[in-house]
Design a protein around this ligand. Structure first.
Ligand code: PAF
Length: 280
């Protein structure tokens, strides 16, 4: 079935209002395109929850620093549409930058604290860009449910927090990370890896899993995270931005595993920055 693509908030709202008038529930799956199987599992997760699923494709300029890959971020709407249609997605919202950020647009949504650490400390402004665009998308769609991947775990918590704080009634659902058979988390940026880098990349998940296992077993958090960073560099990573164990609910630092926790890391392979996280 071909998939209808709408490009303005007005048409998006009209389509969704039509479904609502028929008594149907609606799910939203925001993406930046360059879709892979990980995204398609988000569509399937939404389909388990609701009657109609709308995907969005928008490469959001405000979440990229000037030094980052906004200009070269992979864009192939035709391919993405075919993949979405293959999953039975009902609608695609794919606006232009000018539509989303019209003349005089200045409003930003920021989350002091949660948005400033880990990813936020290394990518200043990133979560303000994400929170701003996701707030727009949630308000434009007014969906019952929106699905985001746990691969971007801090992003998921940021979105949950903003939905709560701004009284956005859409239920935020997290979907587990999809991995290659060697453990590498699926990511659009994996396409940047050279053959050699790709062979090193699975060490990230291996090391995170090992740290999670050890701290779950009572090992000291600080010692294990330091050992994990060293293992990554020994294993071929060029630089580790962070590797830390945090509360799964708030991302507050933890020194002892008494409540649900998460091991999160970001590390560089050449020019590519990989992030990943696992449950403790
Ligand atoms: O995770 C992403 O693809 C993006 O950060 C999102 C949530 C679509 C916002 O641009």
């Amino acid at each position: 079935m071909p998939i209808e693509t709408v490009r303005t908030p007005g048409t998006l709202r009209a389509r969704i209002a039509g479904w609502r008038a028929e008594g149907l529930t609606v799910g939203l799956v925001p993406t930046m395109g360059a879709l892979h199987d990980g995204h398609l599992t988000l569509i399937r997760r939404a389909q388990e929850e609701v009657d109609r699923v709308c995907a969005t494709i928008f490469v959001n300029p405000t979440q990229f620093a000037p030094s980052e890959d906004f200009a070269v971020y992979p864009r192939d709407e035709g391919r993405d549409v075919a993949l979405l249609a293959g999953e039975g997605t009902n609608l695609l919202f794919s606006p232009t930058v000018e539509t989303m950020y019209g003349p005089g647009h200045v409003t930003r949504v920021s989350l002091p604290g949660l948005g400033d650490e880990l990813e936020g400390a290394f990518r200043p402004g990133f979560f303000t860009g994400v929170a701003t665009v996701v707030t727009m998308l949630l308000s434009q769609a007014g969906a019952d449910v929106a699905v985001f991947g746990e691969k971007d775990y801090q992003q998921l918590l940021v979105i949950r927090r903003l939905a709560t704080d701004l009284h956005i009634p859409t239920r935020i659902v997290g979907a587990p990370t999809l991995r290659e058979s060697d453990g590498l988390a699926l990511s659009s940026r994996n396409a940047y890896l050279s053959k050699d880098e790709r062979s090193v990349a699975p060490a990230l998940h291996r090391v995170l899993s090992r740290v999670a296992l050890r701290v779950r077993g009572g090992a000291e958090v600080g010692a294990e995270t330091e050992a994990g960073k060293a293992e990554l560099v020994e294993g071929g990573f060029d630089k580790v931005d962070y590797l830390d164990v945090r509360s799964a609910d708030t991302l507050a630092p933890v020194s002892r595993i008494e409540t649900p926790a998460r091991v999160l890391a970001a590390a560089w392979l050449g020019k590519t920055r990989l992030i990943d996280n696992v449950e403790v």
